[in-house]
Every structure is written in C-alpha cells, then in structure tokens.
Design a protein around this ligand. Sequence first.
Ligand SMILES: C[S@@+](CC[C@H](N)C(=O)[O-])C[C@H]1O[C@@H](n2cnc3c(N)ncnc32)[C@H](O)[C@@H]1O
Length: 356
Amino acid sequence: MLQRLRLSRLAGRVAASRCTPALVATVHGGKQRSTAPVPCASVSPAGQGCKSTAERRGSAPRRARTVPASALAAEAPEASNEPSTSAPSTIYTRPDLYELAFSYRDFKAEVKFLQEVYKQHNKHALSSVLELGCGPARHLAGLARGGVAKVVGLDLSPDMLGHARKSVAKQGGKAAEVVELVQGDMSDFDLPHKSFDMVMCLLGTFSHLLDTDQAISAFRSAAAHLRPGGILLLEMAHPGDLFDGTLIIGESGKEVWELPQENGDKVFVEWGAEFDNFDPVTQIIFRTVTINVLRGDDVIDSVEEVVPYRQYTVRELELLAKLAGLEQIALYGEMRMGVDLEHEDAYRMLALYRKP
Ligand SMILES: C[S@@+](CC[C@H](N)C(=O)[O-])C[C@H]1O[C@@H](n2cnc3c(N)ncnc32)[C@H](O)[C@@H]1O
C-alpha cells in the first residue's frame, strides 16, 4: 500500500502543477514533497538537468527551467522591506516574501473545499471560523466574502498580523468588515468567543508545535473554542511522506518552485537543503527554507531560515484529539472532496475531528 501512496502523491502533485500555469518547476531526482505546501516537483540544488520524478516514472515531462547558479550564490543585498526590529529575518518576519512564495495556491478552490467539507459533516451552515496560525489570512478573507459571519484569525507573528491587517483592509468589503485578527499562541489561547463551528489550522502549521505538551494544550484550546458538533480541521503533510523516507532522507533533493512576477522579477523558492536533518526520536525535521527574488541574474531580496517541523503521525493526532475530547471523523488526501487519504491523487492530509 505504501508504494501505491507514493506513486499516488506524485500524480497529485503533477496534477497540481498543471493547475498553476504561473508555477514553473526546475527538476531533479530527490525527495517528494514534505511540509511545503503544493509545489510541483522535486528539483536539484542547481537545477542541473537531472530528470524530474515524473519523467523518471514515464509521465509527461513538465516545463523546466533553471535559475543561474551565479544568482543563487550571489550575496543578497539588504532586504528592502525589513520589519522595524533588529532581529534576523525569518520567513514569518517577511510576510511579503512568504505571500509571494505561496501565491500559486488556488485560494478560491481551497475556500470552497473548506465550506463543502464542513457541510458534508454538519447539518448547519458554516457561520463561524477560527484559524490558528492564519498568516496572511487569505482563506479567512475568502470565507468572509462567502458569507461566514464570524471569522477570526490567530497568529503569533506581529509582522504576519500587520501584513494580514493591511491585506484585508485593502480588499475591503466583507473581508475588511468581518475578519478579526488576534495575536496569540495556538498552543494555549483563550478567546472571548467559544462556540466556533470550525477551528482550522492549515498548511502544516500545527507542525510548528514541537513538543507533546504544546500539542496536547493546542488540541484542548481548540476543543474549548468549538461548539458541540463543531469541527477541528488540520492540514498536514501526507503521512506516507514520513514513512516512505521522503522526509527522512535528508542528503539529496529538495523542492524548488519559481513564480514569475508581472514586473519581470522571479520569486524562487527552495524548500529543503542538502543536509537538512530529521531526528527520529523527536520526529523533528530541520527544513532549510530559502526565498529569493531575482531581477535578471541578481538576487534583489531574500530570506533564509532553518525551520523545525515536528512530524505527527495519524495515530498521534488521533490520541491528541481523544485527550481533548474530540473524535476523528474523516481523513482527506487533498483539498478536494472525494479524495481520501488513499486516493491516487492524495498528496496532503486533511484531518477532521468533531467535538461531540
Ligand atoms: C505556514 S504559515 C501558514 C499561514 C496560513 N495559514 C496559510 O495557509 O498561508 C504558519 C503561520 O503560523 C504562525 N505560527 C507559527 N507558530 C505559531 C503559534 N505557536 N501560534 C500561532 N501562530 C503560529 C506563523 O506566524 C505563520 O503565520
């Protein structure tokens, strides 16, 4: 079955890449996807003409291009949009770069999925949502526009929240009117509203909680903010990625994607690096994440960080849910109805838990 999952996730990823024409991948044989959301191919460090995984498996080759190694090796100048602190930049203190890097996602389709999946497991219409680690709040803005009356985003990062506030204000309409943004730690929070229809945590954000006590407390906090019958939804890496070695074999391969910008610049994202480590005892992977903005061959802006992600198994999540008084009700393999975890298109995990 593991083999089937492995091939399936590749297929899902190719399908995803075909849906995102602006997303161009360089190629290489290495790992499949990890906690990085929805890039389209595994690539070589310098994109040096190795075959993509899909090519090796005989499926249609994707458009491939390389970024000049000279550009990536070049010393990046001072970032132009630094926050007003002397702390080093991280991917979350540069929300502008974070948002560019993940701008290929189809937020409209993802918001539709969130509404549909809630409907599938509930008699009531979705009227209130809390997102943990909301980042730029793109899903929340979409849900507000779609008629959800109470929409709250919680995030630890003041920079990310500042960016999200500006973004929803700029969007205006329901997004500006309805979305509330709060600073807080998802591992322990206490908000005035305690009867959300759905609490969600997307894009592997839950993996930022590295120790078990934090995870237990996060589940308990989430459960305390759900109405009876309400749903906790987590989007995580596909469990096969942990067990088939995708996340563990840290010596080769990484995921790279490139997003051409309207002004001719290119955003080049590297998710993972050659010597990223996986600690099998703590289940923490140390992922090197680099986002470069290229103008021609020059890097004009960049951020790099080694981000620790704890990998949670399905059974661990189920136990965390039980400890919080929640029951597991469904596991999907993509933000698409009808794609369960073992479906041939499955390449992510959407885990749903209900408060009885
Ligand atoms: C991968 S981003 C996801 C953002 C957004 N959910 C999305 O789908 O684009 C993770 C977000 O979680 C936030 N975060 C990390 N640890 C957190 C914590 N302990 N509590 C609350 N937010 C946290 C980060 O600041 C960042 O905005």
